[in-house]
Design a protein around this ligand. Structure first.
Ligand code: PLP
Length: 376
């Protein structure tokens, strides 16, 4: 019996019951790392892999960039560092940007993780730990050069320097700082922070400098020190506002259609009925919403694509779904189970972020766990 005629084979659920398919292109990630390494040279490029490598999966990301020669990894938290320790060979250094919370010092030392020291008190705690273990412990000293977020404030620098001269137990691997506006090449704040960093470097002349994030890699050699710290550019985000999509896209997102319908003029669409059909229209409801990292700010603003055709989001984005206008497509082009492109060849991560009035970082780190992940 020909079952194609008598009982159509149900289409495979290619998303495996998930909201959609998140494709992470490891080869593109590797090329981005190579490009950032080349742009950083002669400085080396670390990889910032905090927040599960910006949501892409730290285990896969660290292995990929390790294969490209990356040996320095930055996370935000000590708990993230502990997870990486088990995934990486011993010839790497793992740095904790937010420093240590009181009580993690011994665990940090035992696991050969390097904390970023952000205050005099943290410096004191870390050297007490070193003394009581009778070991020299590695540290990065972070200085605030004008962002007022993390780092030793200018007035505490002399005390930090005196402290280090008295104690041989801290092996300062790098002095570092972070730029507030590296993504805006024209911002005056960059030059101010660079000037402050130069003063600090002259006060600690024997210690290597680690300064640039993704954007600053492209601001010029003065910003790079000996080790750069790119994050978003590895993952395909735009490093600076004046570069037009210079990095390769790493993430692709397709979402499954849960239902299609035709509505008449006057029909209200979605919560609070914020969209009212002006004429008959065809709609598709797709299986991802703000719980899947597609912000509610995309309500009646953003779009998805189907084979290059733009399909506007209509009405409010719900928690697990949103509705798109498919009137412009031939009838039956999109059916139950079809996949539409949310991030891909027709819509970059940056474009989606801009429609949502946010930044690529927030989109990536919000994508969450409900997609089937494919690493290619
Ligand atoms: C997150 C972070 C980075 C990476 O920044 P990108 O803009 O993603 O390249 C670098 N340094 C510090 C201190 C950070 O917090």
């Amino acid at each position: 019996m020909n079952n194609l005629v008598f009982s159509p084979q149900p289409k495979m659920d290619s998303a495996g019951g998930a909201a959609g398919i998140l494709v992470i292109d490891i080869a593109a990630l590797k090329r981005n790392y190579r490009r950032l390494s080349a742009a950083s040279a002669p400085a080396r490029a670390a990889a910032v892999v905090k927040a599960d490598a910006y949501g892409l999966g730290a285990a896969k990301v660290v292995t990929a960039v390790y294969e490209e020669g990356c040996r320095h990894f930055f996370v935000a938290l000590f708990s993230e560092a502990l997870q990486l320790c088990s995934q990486l060979p011993l010839d790497v250094e793992i740095f904790v940007l937010n420093g240590l919370l009181p009580g993690s010092e011994y665990a940090c030392a035992a696991n050969n993780v390097t904390p970023v020291i952000n205050s005099l008190e943290q410096l004191r705690q870390w050297s007490l730990t070193a003394h009581s273990l009778n070991r020299r412990l590695p540290a990065v000293l972070q200085f605030d050069t004008g962002m007022s977020r993390l780092g030793i404030p200018p007035e505490d620098r002399p005390a930090a320097k005196a402290y280090l001269q008295d104690s041989d137990k801290i092996d300062v691997r790098f002095i570092m700082s972070h730029l507030a506006s590296a993504d805006e090449p024209g911002s005056e704040q960059n030059a101010v922070q660079l000037a402050n960093m130069k003063v600090i470097a002259s006060e600690f002349p024997d210690i290597d400098v680690c300064f640039a994030n993704s954007g600053a890699v492209f601001l010029g050699e003065a910003y790079r020190g000996v080790l750069t710290r790119p994050g978003i550019a590895l993952y395909g985000g735009r490093p600076t506002a004046d570069m037009h999509e210079p990095m390769e896209q790493v993430v692709g997102l397709q979402v499954a259609v849960a239902q299609t319908r035709t509505v008449q003029a006057g029909a209200k669409v979605g919560y609070s009925g914020t969209h009212i059909a002006k004429e008959e229209m065809r709609l598709a409801t797709i299986s991802a919403g703000y719980a899947d990292g597609l912000p509610r700010s995309l309500s009646s603003r953003g779009a998805v694509f189907y084979r290059g055709t733009r399909l506007p989001i209509v009405g409010r984005v719900s928690m697990d779904s949103m509705t798109i206008d498919i009137s412009c497509l031939p009838k039956d082009a999109i059916v139950h189970g079809s996949l539409v492109e949310v991030i891909g060849p027709h819509q970059t991560l940056e474009e989606l972020a801009s429609d949502a009035e946010t930044i690529s970082y927030e989109i990536l780190t919000s994508l969450g766990r409900r997609y089937a992940r494919r690493y290619v």
